[in-house]
Design a binder for this molecule. Structure first.
Ligand SMILES: Nc1ncnc2c1ncn2[C@@H]1O[C@H](COP(=O)(O)OP(=O)(O)OP(=O)(O)O)[C@@H](O)[C@H]1O
Length: 307
């Protein structure tokens, strides 16, 4: 079978005068975990809905697992966790998942084992008999993810899988997604670029309905000549001026308060002298750091591209 599990050709979706998607050409390879990013209204949800066959294109074409997006051949092989997944309040979690599995065509016994399997995957088997109204926001999110995993889909699309979760629950969800990424192709739509950088090998950037870029996360972040520092504390505002006085430094970006981050951009002199000068200057300026990475973090690179 082709290694391309998703292919779109000049894909457009218009809502009246609004071009939600405009001539998008995309290829997603089997087994990759891809981030889908773009400002509000860029077309991310529209793309997900088209890939799932919930919407029909205005023009252009989509192939999912070698079939049209609305083909019966891909039913159950692609799944989506919508941003605001909802469950019936008064039916136990396990029962709801079993019912959904039956709707996918499983018999009662198989459906029950499938509900158990997916709840175990998200570490929520103990909630099998609980009502959704008794579960926390993070647990409900995990149930929704469990729902998206039913029937072992080959492609899983997750819309903001960690939104509104505390750091520990978010880490637990990320661990589940990493595990799934070993066997499925995953697309994650999120405004949280740390999540994307953490989980995704590739990134698709949409802007105003058009494909801005589709590339390896590592290529995107390492292309810019920069050093990113994770500092012990937020730097003083005047620290930027100290670095800007170095001839090879072109710009300095300080993180938001609490991020303890500083990015120093430099001209490539071909001999890495700039990097040495910057590190020396850190010591002179009395700025201590825990971590130094070549290039930018995804949030710096992408936020510039989305403007
Ligand atoms: N059903 C619809 N009817 C009319 N316009 C729509 C519809 N769905 C989306 N749009 C418009 O299409 C554009 C893309 O919307 P979409 O929801 O795909 O963006 P998004 O990237 O998912 O945004 P967000 O980050 O805010 O979720 C927006 O201008 C939106 O208003």
């Amino acid at each position: 079978m082709s290694q391309n599990v998703i292919e779109t050709h000049n894909l457009s979706k218009h809502f009246g005068p609004v071009k939600a998607l405009d001539q998008v050409n995309l290829i997603v390879n089997k087994g990759t975990t891809t981030g889908l990013v773009g400002p509000n209204g860029a077309g991310k949800t529209t793309l997900f809905s088209l890939l799932c066959g919930f919407l029909k294109p205005t023009s252009g074409s989509i192939q999912v697992l070698g079939h049209h997006a609305d083909s019966a051949h891909i039913r159950g092989r692609i799944s989506i966790l919508p941003q605001d997944a909802t469950l019936l309040k008064s039916l136990p979690v396990g029962k709801q998942l079993s019912m959904l599995a039956e709707l996918q065509g499983m018999n009662k016994k198989a459906a029950q084992s499938e509900a158990v399997r997916v709840l175990k995957l998200v570490d929520l088997y103990q909630s099998f008999n609980q009502l959704p109204e008794r579960l926390s926001h993070g647990m409900l999110k995990r149930v929704a993810i469990a729902q998206a995993l039913m029937g072992e889909p080959e492609i899983i699309m997750l819309d903001e899988p960690t939104a509104g979760l505390d750091p520990n629950t978010s880490d637990a969800i990320k661990a589940v997604i990493r595990k799934l990424g070993q066997t499925s192709t995953i697309i994650i739509s999120s405004h949280n670029l740390e999540v994307i950088e953490d989980l995704c090998e590739k990134i698709i950037i949409l802007r105003k309905g058009q494909l801005h870029s589709h590339e390896m996360v590592a290529d995107l972040t390492s292309r810019t000549k920069a050093l990113t520092f994770k500092l012990d504390k937020d730097p003083e505002a005047n620290v930027a001026d100290i670095f800007k006085s170095l001839p090879l430094v072109t710009a300095v970006k300080l993180g938001q308060p609490g991020q303890h981050r500083m990015v120093v951009y430099f001209k490539d002199d071909g001999e890495s002298m700039a990097e040495i000068e910057i590190i020396k200057c850190m010591a002179v300026a009395g700025v201590t750091y825990r971590e130094m990475v070549r290039g930018e973090r995804l949030q710096d690179t992408v936020s510039d591209r989305m403007r």
